[in-house]
Write a protein that binds this ligand. Sequence first.
Ligand code: PRP
Length: 192
Amino acid sequence: MASTESSMMKVLGNGPFAGRALELMITEEEIATRLKAIGAELSQRYGDSGPIFIGILNGSYIVMADLTRELDIPFEVDFIKLSSYGSGTSTTGTVRLLKDISADITGRDVIVVEDIIDTGLTINFLRRRLEEAGPTSVSFVTLLLKEDVAKLDFPIDYVGFSIPNEFVVGYGLDVDQQMRGLKAIYSLKEQA
Ligand code: PRP
């Protein structure tokens, strides 16, 4: 897989998605450049206040790792596991809490890290839940935002890329738990 990562389109030859195609949407380099810029903005904004980054598992694990390595400030990390998708490519319409955060966020600056905001269901759910704990502030970072699809009644502070309403995989994003390890973001096409 890695050797063909730079190609614009590749057809999957084996496995459960054989015959389907991946079309390159955002390159590894573009992601790195954008995360570096967001990291610099966050470092500038939070300084020595010691914010806590909360990643939403599973998808955000790679964004979290790469974004936090662009920071030059003190910070902590924690994770929450939520799921709005079952298997397949469409949302179930409900969010399930599968693992809660461990940290006490009362009086803390919190930065939520997402890989993608699609319908907005997950992030709306999490925002309400976090606010109940009385943090000093909550801001939101997402690598990808489906601007035309997401229903949000609050602004997303840091958006890596706005993308069209296509099913995307790679860089932490999966289809049926597969393909998270792709280094770029690809659109999954039904047929080659
Ligand atoms: C994905 C993604 C977001 C959410 C966005 O998670 O990581 O958390 O969907 O969709 P929404 O805006 O429509 O709520 P998913 O539930 O697929 O779990 P995963 O992170 O384990 O892949």
